[in-house]
Design a protein around this ligand. Structure first.
Ligand code: FAD
Length: 481
């Protein structure tokens, strides 16, 4: 195809138009960000996106390698050089088309993928000891451009086949699956437990990182194409999988995520004002709980402790900061081992979050009302690498510190909620109530496929989205036999 053919005349000409030396001399673009102090009081999106001029210049840095190593770093193998070269020649809509061939949600992935660990970590520039091409920024640019400028977005005319398909959960896995199946002609209904559609993209990742309107556009597109959404419907409680089958659903895709928070099970963890990051973020993001006049407001802490080092921990810290708290992040390893995206760590620091690394909560102490008032933290040091490849945290015997806190948000990982897997008879489960699937995302019940965090445990948006696409392809093959 013209847009992706590396040997197309336009692409060969583009490569010849500039020497590799000149390309590698261009300095990586810096995305404009809101000032740290200003943004720590509001929910405006921190990253402001690239201008056309910035995108055109950054696209020139890409060397259009014959064997693009960046693609090996992308979990869904997006054709990265092709979309970037389309940007370089000014074909921004073409670039977005290339992205959409593989990724259902490029505007989301451009904002939240851990590019520094994936595509950008494999970029040729890294081998040259230079900063990699800003692939994530360019992805976001192309997707945003298409959203704002593509006037020919009319829903494609789809020939319906009348076969009913159910999707459990409306996160990135469920949405990408629904999009692919509706385009293949199926009659698709998404059942969502919450009152909002979007999964973690809505209830977890805050507005200042991923504005809701970006996700809403994708949801609206799916609705226009004919996907039905049924909210406030808990599969396994409101309706069972067997009932769905009886209602004539010929295929079911379970994408119910990993919404069960882990706790540390340490003394005092049940004190008032200690909660999981899931509860904290969901209540603030979806239920307006920071507003004291709502039905179910949360207490707003003044000295908030957030426990963990992943994206969820960063989102919790930065949310608490925006709600007016002094925030301390406590993490048991050092900053180098933090699983959060580098950018989130940088942004959190700029916004004034205090990082207390190599510390780990031992216990919480309550006041006379049963509310948390102090946290006792164990001082840690780094030992040998553990199974995750990261240096393991080891307690420094006898060394603790005690700090005053009035709210604690625990962000130490999530597990799949057992409700759906346990409610389905005969379903083979994996570790920690994940659903076991084969290569094609098919479970031990032939009509039931699964993907995203319910299969992987807490993972990433791009992996969830990729699973949705793979499941759609394979379910379609099975139903076409
Ligand atoms: P989810 O997004 O969890 O969606 C599952 C949906 O299923 C939910 O809407 C849930 O309500 C619904 N559901 C559950 N049970 C039922 C039921 N019984 N019936 C009906 N519906 C049900 N990943 C990144 O790549 N980059 C990031 O920056 C990043 N930041 C994150 C920040 C936070 C705060 C969190 C929590 C996660 C983050 N992640 C990030 C991880 C990423 O969001 C998840 O891996 C991804 O959303 C998983 O997608 P999913 O579709 O499998 O599940």
């Amino acid at each position: 195809m013209e847009l992706t053919d590396r040997n197309a005349a336009w692409r060969e000409e583009l490569r010849k138009s500039m020497s590799n030396k000149d390309r590698t001399n261009i300095v990586r673009v810096k995305m404009t960000e809101l000032d740290g102090e200003y943004r720590s009081h509001n929910s405006e999106e921190v990253n402001q996106g690239l201008t056309k001029e910035q995108a055109l210049l950054e696209a020139k840095r890409c060397l259009d390698c014959p064997k693009p190593s960046c693609m090996t770093g992308c979990p869904v193998s997006i054709n990265i050089p092709s979309f970037i070269k389309n940007i370089e020649r000014g074909e921004f809509l073409g670039a977005a088309k290339v992205l959409k061939m593989t990724s259902a949600l490029p505007a989301v992935c451009g904002r939240v993928c851990p590019q520094e660990k994936q595509c950008e970590s494999q970029c040729m520039y890294v081998k040259m000891k230079k900063e990699p091409v800003a692939i994530g920024y360019l992805e976001r640019f192309a997707a945003d451009y298409a959203r704002e400028n593509d006037t020919k977005k009319a829903a494609p005319s789809i020939k319906k086949n009348g076969i009913k398909i159910a999707v459990v959960g409306s996160g990135p896995a469920g949405l990408s699956f629904a999009g692919d199946m509706i385009k293949k002609g199926y009659d698709v209904t998404v059942f969502e437990a919450l009152h909002e559609i979007g999964g973690v993209l809505k209830y977890g990742i805050p507005e200042f990182r991923l504005p809701n309107h970006i996700v809403d556009v994708e949801i609206e597109n799916l609705k226009k194409m004919g996907v039905h959404f049924q909210t406030d419907c808990i599969v396994g409680k409101t309706i069972s999988v067997d009932q769905l089958e009886k209602q004539g659903f010929k295929g079911i895709f379970v994408a119910s995520g990993a919404g069960l928070p882990n706790f540390m099970n340490i003394p005092g963890e049940n004190l008032i004002n200690i909660m999981s990051s899931n509860e904290y973020l969901t209540r603030v993001n979806l239920m307006d709980a920071a507003n004291p006049t709502t039905d179910t407001p949360i207490n707003l802490g003044k000295n908030v402790l957030v426990v963990g080092g992943g994206n969820t921990a960063m989102d919790s810290c930065r949310t608490a900061k925006r709600l007016g708290a002094n925030v301390t992040l406590v993490y048991r390893r050092s900053e180098a081992e933090m699983p959060a995206r580098l950018e989130e760590v940088k942004h959190a620091k700029e916004e004034g979050i205090r990082f207390l690394t190599l510390h780990n909560p031992l216990e919480y102490i309550g006041d006379e009302t049963g509310a948390v008032k102090q946290a006792v933290l164990q001082v840690m040091k780094l030992g040998e690498p553990d199974a995750s490849g990261r240096r393991s945290p080891v307690p420094v015997e006898g060394e603790t510190i005690t700090i005053d806190v009035d709210q604690v948000v625990v962000a130490v990982g999530v597990s799949p909620n057992p409700l759906v897997p346990k409610s389905i008879e005969g379903l083979e489960l994996g570790r920690k109530n994940t659903i076991a699937v084969n290569e094609g995302m098919q479970s031990s019940r032939p009509d039931l496929y699964a993907g995203g965090d319910i299969v992987r445990g807490g993972a990433t948006v791009i992996l969830a989205m990729g699973d949705g696409r793979r499941a759609a392809e394979n379910m379609h093959k099975q139903l076409s036999l």
